[in-house]
Design a protein around this ligand. Structure first.
Ligand SMILES: NC(=O)c1ccc[n+]([C@@H]2O[C@H](COP(=O)([O-])OP(=O)(O)OC[C@H]3O[C@@H](n4cnc5c(N)ncnc54)[C@H](OP(=O)(O)O)[C@@H]3O)[C@@H](O)[C@H]2O)c1
Length: 272
C-alpha cells in the first residue's frame, strides 16, 4: 500500500511510522520537527495539503493537529483551524478517487459518565478538543467510505516525539486518581490499524486494562525506574480551564481487538 501519514513527526505518528513503514510505502509529514525523508506540511497551507492528498495514495492516515487539551481550550479558533478544517480540504482532495481517509479521533468525544463506550454510544464532548474531534468525525462520516478510529490515551516510547514519557520527566509527576482510562500501548497501534483500515464508519481501539491515571503513571515509573515521584491528585488539586471526562473506556461491538494489558506492555517498554 502507498500511505500518506500526516503528523509522522508526532508521538502517535512516529509510532505508526515505525510499524507501517516496515510493510508499506509511507510518505510522512512534519510541521516544525524536521525528520529525514519526510515532507514539510502546514495543515493551513490548503493548496499544498490538497495536492499532497491527491497524489494517488491508497490511504491517508490523519494523525496531525492540535492535541494538548489545554492548548485547544485556550484557542478554540486555532483548534478548529488545525483539527477540523483540514478534514474538509482532504475530503475535497480525494473525492471521486480511490484514496481513503483514516482519521485518528479520540475518546474525548464522550463525556465520561458511562462505564464504557462502544461505537454506537452518543457523543457529548465536554472540552474544545473533544468538540473539534467530533466536528472532524462528522465531516468524514457524512461523506461515507472513510474510517474514523477512536483511540484513548496512548502510552509508550515514540521513536522521536515522546510526549507521554515527557510527563514523567520532572522530579515530581502529579497524576489524577479520579480519571479512569483504558490506555493503549503505542507499538500495538500500527498493527491494529492495519487490521481495521479496510472498514468504514467508526471503530474503537482501546487497551485491555482499566486504570486510573495515577496507577498508570506509577506503574510506568516503576517499570522504567524513572527518577520522578508520582504523587496522587484529584480535580480540586489541579485546577484547569479544561474539563476532562472522568472515565473513558473504549470498547468495540464491531471487532474483538484490544490493546495489550499493562503487564505485557510494561515488560516490553522496559526492554527499551
Ligand atoms: N496522544 C494521545 O494519547 C492521543 C489520544 C487520542 C487521540 N490522539 C490523536 O492522535 C493524533 C496524534 O496525536 P499525538 O499525541 O501524536 O500529537 P503530537 O505528538 O502533538 O503530534 C501532532 C502532529 O501534528 C503535527 N502538526 C501540528 N500542528 C501542525 C500544523 N499546523 N500543520 C501540520 N502538522 C501539524 C505535528 O508536527 P510537528 O511535531 O512537526 O510540529 C505532529 O506531527 C491526533 O489526531 C490526536 O487527536 C492522540
Amino acid at each position: 500500500m502507498r500511505i500518506l501519514l500526516l503528523g509522522a513527526s508526532g508521538f502517535v505518528g512516529g509510532g505508526l511510522w515505525s510499524r507501517l513503514a516496515e510493510r508499506h510505502e509511507v510518505v510522512g509529514t512534519y510541521a516544525t520537527r524536521p525528520l529525514p525523508g519526510m515532507v514539510r506540511l502546514d495543515l493551513r497551507d490548503e493548496p499544498r495539503l490538497a495536492a499532497l492528498a491527491a497524489d494517488g495514495f491508497d490511504l491517508v492516515v490523519h494523525a496531525a493537529g492540535l492535541v494538548p487539551l489545554e492548548a485547544a481550550e485556550a484557542d478554540p479558533a486555532l483548534a478548529h483551524r488545525l483539527n477540523v478544517r483540514p478534514v474538509e480540504v482532504l475530503l475535497d482532495a480525494v473525492r471521486g478517487s480511490a484514496t481513503r481517509l483514516l482519521l485518528l479521533s479520540s475518546d474525548n468525544v464522550f463525556d465520561g459518565t458511562r462505564p464504557r463506550y462502544t461505537e454506537d454510544d452518543a457523543r457529548a464532548p465536554v472540552n474544545v478538543y473533544g468538540r473539534t474531534k467530533t466536528a472532524a468525525e462528522d465531516l468524514l462520516l457524512a461523506e461515507g467510505g472513510h474510517l474514523v478510529v477512536r483511540i484513548p490515551l496512548v502510552f509508550g516510547r515514540g521513536p522521536w516525539a515522546n510526549t507521554f514519557l515527557a510527563r514523567l520527566s520532572g522530579p515530581t509527576t502529579v497524576a489524577r486518581t479520579d480519571l479512569v482510562c483504558a490506555p493503549v500501548y503505542l507499538p500495538s497501534l500500527g498493527p491494529a490499524l492495519a487490521r481495521l483500515w479496510d472498514r468504514t464508519g467508526v471503530v474503537h481501539y482501546g487497551g485491555a486494562d482499566v486504570v486510573t491515571r495515577f496507577e498508570l503513571m506509577s506503574r510506568v515509573q516503576r517499570a522504567l525506574d524513572l527518577p520522578t515521584r508520582v504523587t496522587p491528585a484529584q480535580e480540586a488539586d489541579t485546577p484547569s480551564a479544561c474539563r476532562r471526562p472522568p472515565r473513558l473506556v473504549l470498547r468495540s461491538t464491531r471487532h474483538g481487538l484490544l490493546g495489550p494489558g499493562l503487564d505485557e506492555a510494561l515488560a516490553h517498554l522496559a526492554t527499551g
